[in-house]
Design a protein around this ligand. Sequence first.
Ligand code: NIG
Ligand code: FE
Length: 413
Amino acid sequence: MKTLITNIGMLATATGSAAKKGAEQGNVSLTTNTWLIMENDKIAQVGTANQAVPAGADKTIDARGQLVTAGLVDSHTHLVFGGWREHELTMKLKKVTYLEILAQGGGILSTVNNTRKATKEELKAKTKKLLDRMLRLGVTTVEAKSGYGLTTETELKMLEVVKELQQEEKISLVSTFMGAHALPTDYKDKRDAYIDLVINETLPQVVEKHLAEFIDVFCEQGVFTPEESKKILLAGKKAGLGIKCHSDEIVPIGGTPMAAELGAISCEHLIKADAKGIAAMAQSGTIACLLPGTSFYLNSTYAPARDMINKGVPVAFGSDFNPGSCPSNSLQLAMHIGCYKYEMTPEECLTAVTLNGAAAINRAKTLGTVETGKQADLIIWDAPNLDYLFYRYGDNLVDTVIKNGEVLVTNPR
Ligand code: NIG
Ligand code: FE
């Protein structure tokens, strides 16, 4: 089945099959007045500017002179969880900090209680609804972390929800095991015993049941130290998982250089990343997965994205969607905040939410660009060009979402 998308006003895409760093991050191809052909689930041919439209398509989609990009890749979410935490909002407004709420047994730990209580079916129904919303906001691939179970049974329950949705939903899901997201209350004085449980009981079952591709740890003051994080990440690596690390989110305690030295595919958050961490990521080719929506909601500072780009670290953006530090599931909103607050150009930001996001979850060979041979995950925007897409923040600018060559969403015009 050959589908032609005609009348594309601007086709904006990063190029290639690996993360882009430095000046290359902003080196995006912008083709005006063009078309493309999808053959089944793949991109088969992309026109040049003003090139005559080929005949012979089975179906035609009219892009009405609008912008087309690759589908957005949300490379960092905590997608599966029980309950919400709206009661923390007023605490936050009264300046009770995120780590104080956690230390009082709230925060992540309150979501842990709700996630333990929820049945798999309840979690699945809730997650499915969230995925539908994300798809309508232009996201065609989502990374999802566990970490609200903190027992083997509940961690597996969360990861099984992701696995079932991977099989049943059209949006793509990539799974990360994050058993070391917090120290559960009942292990308060038994840190080593919990780390032992993660490494020797939960992780082997996650791997045996093929429930995750990556392992992640919350390396943070009052959560897991760099030494503890290293032990857990190395165990994951030995078991065949790729390494990700939540580091430098609130207090810089050395997680970034530690993870980069282990060959992490990505370090995530990095609000407080310092020169040493940035140099380590540049050296190891680790992607900086930045989460602008989290800085915004926590009212904190913003990651030093420009320094990272200048030092040759590839930058990706994720939503960090979770019930505590970023209750927004809109990667579009995150990319707008990222553009304005990191002072990154629309071109650099586009790469951050497409190719570099795909690279952060090891999908850069198949996703993240609009090029022949890539998966036909595409967005037709209600925007005539790339600058407009980054300028009109606060609305959902998606017109049409195409996933694997199939139109899944047509928003009202
Ligand atoms: O990425 N930092 C750790 N984990 C999440 C927040 C989880 C929560 O508060 O529920 C984050 O910000
Ligand atoms: Fe996170």
